[in-house]
Design a protein around this ligand. Structure first.
Ligand SMILES: Cc1ncc(COP(=O)(O)O)c(C=O)c1O
Length: 455
């Protein structure tokens, strides 16, 4: 079938309710390799979003594909109510990593899709604390199921359907480039943190009963670096303060690492950068390189031990499927064999340095360029250096998908993910295996797109 025929069929028979029609026309890709996607014309599109930050070890990573093939030949399927060795080993490796990092014993539970893991966390919190409501951050993203959209900030995701469960109380994230309180980090004295703590001063601020010394909210759901919110990198001090406020009031901290876990930021867990210990950690994406929809959580022993969370408390048919576990085990082995902390941090430093050089050419328009490991952001603004520029962001993204950029006589495209509170941020999650040449190519292609789109 030609692309035109495929597009006509898609327009007639596929729902438009998902995100495909954000691009006009929707893009069709045929194959992938390493850091590149290819269309039918064999144009190479350098991908800086890697299947929504899942394919961290590159597309068609042969070691992972071999692990999956071996599993297909041996135990391709098994009901999630039975055990197999890899499932146990994957759980133990993650739990031991948490023990080493946080000196805390815990257990691991699996589900499918990031939102599936978040749903499990909501259950654990409700079961353990007896409280339905939670705090969450403005700009936070935890999924689009009816349960998770109650703790994801955008009303847009709830407007058509409502939601199950108590809608979270949303608190401003420490997004210092675009401070909610319009303050400057150098002089704010963490005003936002004080504003949050003030909520507990009197019962009249709606969350705290001073007589019972009890909060109405069981947990605070947070991302250690906001993903969909536009790769917002928070200051460490804020979270050290937040953790203290929560601990003193017996409010659990749920750390959503679905996007940032497994070294995306240069640490096993991104929360390590913040110097605090969570009670529950959620993960997915990178754990299978995006080759399976596996997700899961780690929870501290007191929250998940078999006495408080007994057999049958939860279940999903594909939760711990053996194909996912073969991939996850191979990913965890990869992470143990090589120093990914150094690898990701070094590459991130190089890429950020190159992007900051480019920023000098467009100092106002590239209003903020920042990164932690290989989670990088470019926030585009108008000439005043602060007003969001979503139109330019959209134009650049569309131009990148045309595949008509040229370098050294070769045709390229650039695949960019748009995020951010105002849809004016490119959140970059390149492969951990990206080379310096590929990072240089990315900067060159982005520069070409800027020149073309600013005309
Ligand atoms: C931090 C975070 N949590 C949860 C989710 C939801 O994951 P899924 O789309 O697999 O349901 C995402 C997705 O991007 C995410 O970034």
């Amino acid at each position: 079938m030609t692309e035109e025929e495929l597009r006509a069929l898609e327009a007639a028979y596929c729902s438009w309710g998902d995100a495909v029609h954000s691009a006009d026309p929707p893009k069709i890709f045929e194959w992938c390799q390493g850091c590149f996607l290819y269309d039918s014309g064999a144009t190479a599109y350098l991908d800086l979003q890697m299947a929504s930050a899942t394919a961290s070890f590159g597309y068609r990573n042969q070691r992972l594909i071999q692990a999956l093939k071996a599993r297909l030949d041996q135990l391709p399927q098994l009901g999630s109510h039975y055990l197999h060795a890899d499932r146990i080993e994957v759980s133990a490796r993650i739990a031991r990593a948490c023990e080493r990092i946080f000196q805390r014993k815990g257990r691991v539970l699996f589900n499918v899709g990031g939102a599936g893991a978040v749903e499990e966390a909501i259950k654990l919190v409700r079961n353990y604390t007896g409280k339905n409501a939670g705090f969450a951050f403005m700009g936070g993203y935890h999924g689009r199921t009816l349960g998770t959209s109650a703790i994801t900030s955008s009303y847009r995701y709830r407007r058509r359907y409502g939601h199950f469960g108590d809608r979270a109380q949303f608190i401003p994230y420490p997004y210092c480039f675009r401070c909610f309180y319009e303050l400057k980090r150098e002089s704010c004295g963490l005003y936002c943190s004080r504003q949050f703590e003030k909520l507990f001063d009197t019962e009249y601020y709606s969350v705290w009963d001073p007589r019972a010394q009890e909060c109405e909210f069981g947990a605070f759901y947070m991302e250690p670096l906001q993903g969909t919110g536009g790769y917002v990198i928070p200051p460490k001090d804020y979270f050290v303060g937040l953790k203290k406020i929560l601990e003193e009031r017996k409010i659990l901290l749920v750390d959503d690492e679905v996007q940032m876990g497994f070294f995306r930021t240069g640490k096993f867990w991104a929360i390590e950068h913040l110097g605090i210990t969570p009670d529950i950690i959620l993960f997915g994406k990178t754990l299978t390189n995006g080759l399976n929809s596996l997700s899961g959580l780690w929870a501290a022993e007191e929250i998940i031990n078999p006495k408080v969370f007994p057999p049958g408390s939860t279940y999903s048919t594909y939760a711990a499927n053996p194909q996912a576990m073969a991939l996850a085990l191979e990913v965890l082995k990869l992470l143990e064999e090589e120093d990914y902390e150094k690898k990701v941090s070094d590459k991130g430093t190089y890429f950020l340095g190159r992007l900051k050089e480019l920023q000098k050419k467009y100092p106002q328009i590239m209003g903020d360029v920042d990164g932690r490991g290989l989670a990088l952001r470019i926030e585009l603004c108008k000439e005043d250096g602060i007003t969001p520029n979503p139109e330019l962001t959209q134009r650049i993204s569309q131009e990148g998908l045309k595949g008509d950029l040229e370098t050294d006589g070769k045709k390229y495209g650039l695949v960019l993910n748009i995020g951010g509170y105002f849809k004016n941020v490119f959140s970059l999650s390149p492969s951990f295996e990206i080379t310096r040449d590929e990072m240089d190519l990315a900067v060159d292609l982005f520069d070409q797109l800027m020149q073309r789109s600013l005309r």
